[in-house]
Design a protein around this ligand. Structure first.
Ligand code: SAM
Length: 279
């Protein structure tokens, strides 16, 4: 019979051979999940025996990761801000970079109604609602499957009474005014998608990635709606791809907004364009 330590070493070697960047970490997460044991117990009791059924469970998960399926899709969840969110084939797994949008809003906006364009897992809206106990918000996604998962995430986080999700095309059907508008639209130039890591190119939904020829199509569609739907004194915070902040700031200004900040993520990349109504 094999042991926890042996199966962990084999899984790591297999993922390294498959070109997985964080092979050691991913092996630990997947072996822990398949065996139902914590990281601490994995290291404290490496000699613990593992039966054949458990070995098969580990292998099934490692096979999927070796085919470059992201860990978050395999586990069906991903942490964002302080929340544990369900993800799946309809959903872009939330990225730590997107927390820059949350930081920008918390630093500049006053709590009020929130609109989240391209909500996906609901991560941006739900993170803000978790910080602002009296606020409510609406998340829009073109993909009805995403809107369903976001609603389930809201309920699981205890935020279901303050978060509403709609399937729709950006702001076309919306009226009203929102104190905060956030968006992390698709921004990868179409021609670059095939060259992304297989975890993204093969498994993330194309609707969440494709930003058109120059990556900026969605900002062109969204910014006039943002200018129309942002309340006086409100704050809009848009995630952007590396190198896009200048172009998106220009589009925001052309839509009648005033750019107040281009906020960097932890890697020093300009990741979030913050705007308010022009003077
Ligand atoms: C980059 S993902 C962002 C998901 C999530 N907000 C996040 O930060 O992780 C972009 C999202 O926009 C949605 N989307 C794409 N085109 C759309 C459209 N025309 N109207 C509304 N949502 C759209 C996609 O389905 C996807 O969920």
């Amino acid at each position: 019979m094999t042991s926890v330590g042996e199966i962990l070493a084999e899984a790591t070697t297999r993922l390294m051979a498959a070109g997985v960047a964080e092979a050691r970490l991913d092996a630990r997460l997947l072996v822990g999940e398949a065996l139902g044991i914590s990281r601490e117990s994995m290291f404290a009791f490496p000699e613990k025996p593992v039966d054949a059924a458990a070995v098969a469970r580990v292998q099934a998960l490692i096979d999927r990761r070796a085919a470059r399926e992201p860990v978050s899709h395999i586990l069906g969840r991903r942490g964002f801000w302080t929340l544990d969110l369900a993800v799946g084939p309809d959903i872009l797994a939330p990225r730590p970079d997107s927390e820059t949008v949350i930081e920008a809003v918390l630093a500049t906006a006053r709590p009020g109604p929130i609109l989240d364009f391209g909500t996906g897992s609901g991560c941006l809206l739900l993170a803000l609602l978790s910080e602002w106990p009296d606020a409510w918000g609406v998340g829009i996604d073109r993909n009805p499957g995403a809107a369903r998962v976001a609603a389930a995430n809201a309920a699981a986080c205890g935020l279901g009474g303050r978060a509403f999700f709609v399937a729709g095309d950006w702001g076309r059907a919306l009226i009203g005014r929102f104190a905060v508008i956030v968006a992390n639209p698709p921004y990868i130039p179409t021609a670059d998608i095939a060259g992304l890591d297989p975890e993204v190119a093969r498994y993330e939904p194309r609707l969440a990635l494709d930003g058109g020829a120059d990556g900026l199509d969605c900002y062109r569609h969204l910014l006039p709606d943002i200018a129309r739907l942002l309340a006086p004194g409100g704050v809009a915070a848009l995630e952007v791809g590396a190198g896009q902040a200048g172009a998106v700031a220009g589009l925001a200004e052309r839509a009648g907004l005033r750019v107040t900040e281009r906020r960097r993520d932890l890697a020093g990349i300009e990741r979030c364009v913050v705007a308010q109504h022009g003077a």
